[in-house]
Unconditional design. Structure first.
Length: 263
């Protein structure tokens, strides 16, 4: 049975990554009700094109509006850059996304060389090129495909296979710094990547890593408080079963029952 929620904030993406935003909302507003939705059946968002993402977003927004939310957070960089403007037109509910904090990265950089790490479909998209174009006169901003590292979060390897995860992150950082050794600030531009922050900091101790979730949470128009309920829902697919997802959550210290989402 769905609990009685008061104007919850709905936070979603295709997996575990968005819980980092749920945790930040809970820390800032302990009494806020939250709907945490993991759309495992649509995994991965980051390898879908814009039209596929629009279809997934439309279905998801319709579903989450059933909870009468005060706001909806698309906790994934790819749809936030590629289709956010279109998604916002689908509903009167405020919808926000997660964007690479390039402005903050430039401000924090001593060299003026910064990197944006994200999934391949984001980094290779025309939308991403348009997103970073306004910064060209102020800094050198380069996008890098971090899909391999992101996969370690989605499949749980960062919990169960730390050595393999570390090796992937070390190779990624070596490749990035080989392209531009002057990069000194990097954005963790997937909500999955902050889970690997300690690996990145070990691999490149002279670099600074920024979490885009901070800006998202600070900008929320949070609405009325509730009882501090976090209601977890998810879809599932072969290889992405509910029980395995709950196990991953427990491994990161989150004991949250997950209910099956029915569209």
């Amino acid at each position: 049975m769905t609990p009685e929620l008061t104007a919850p904030v709905a936070v979603f993406d295709a997996g575990i990554g968005s819980y980092s935003i749920v945790a930040k909302i809970r820390e800032k507003w302990p009494q806020k009700d939250i709907v945490y939705f993991a759309d495992r059946a649509s995994f991965p968002y980051g390898r879908k094109n814009a039209s596929s993402l629009q279809a997934v977003m439309r279905q998801t927004i319709d579903y989450l509006n059933g909870f009468n939310p005060s706001g909806i957070v698309i906790a994934s960089n790819a749809p936030s850059i590629m289709v956010l403007n279109d998604v916002q037109k689908l509903t009167s509910t405020p919808v926000s996304g997660v964007l690479p904090p390039v402005q903050a990265a430039i401000a924090a950089s001593a060299s003026g060389h910064v990197a944006v790490m994200g999934v391949a479909s984001l980094i290779d998209s025309d939308m991403f090129a348009q997103f970073i174009a306004p910064f060209a006169g102020r800094a050198r901003v380069t996008g890098f495909n971090a899909s391999g590292a992101i996969d370690h979060v989605e499949n749980g390897d960062f919990l169960f296979k730390p050595d393999e995860t570390r090796a992937t992150v070390e190779k990624l950082m070596a490749d990035i710094l080989a392209v531009d050794p002057e990069i000194d600030v990097l954005t963790l531009s997937s909500t999955h990547l902050p889970w690997l922050r300690r690996y990145f900091e070990e691999a490149a101790p002279n670099c600074t890593f920024l979490d885009p979730a901070d800006d998202v949470v600070n900008a929320l128009d949070i609405g009325p408080m509730g009882k501090g309920i976090t209601y977890g829902v998810a879809t599932e697919a072969p290889g992405f079963e509910m029980a395995e997802f709950e196990k991953m959550l427990r491994q990161i210290g989150v004991d949250l029952p997950i209910h099956k989402a029915v569209f």
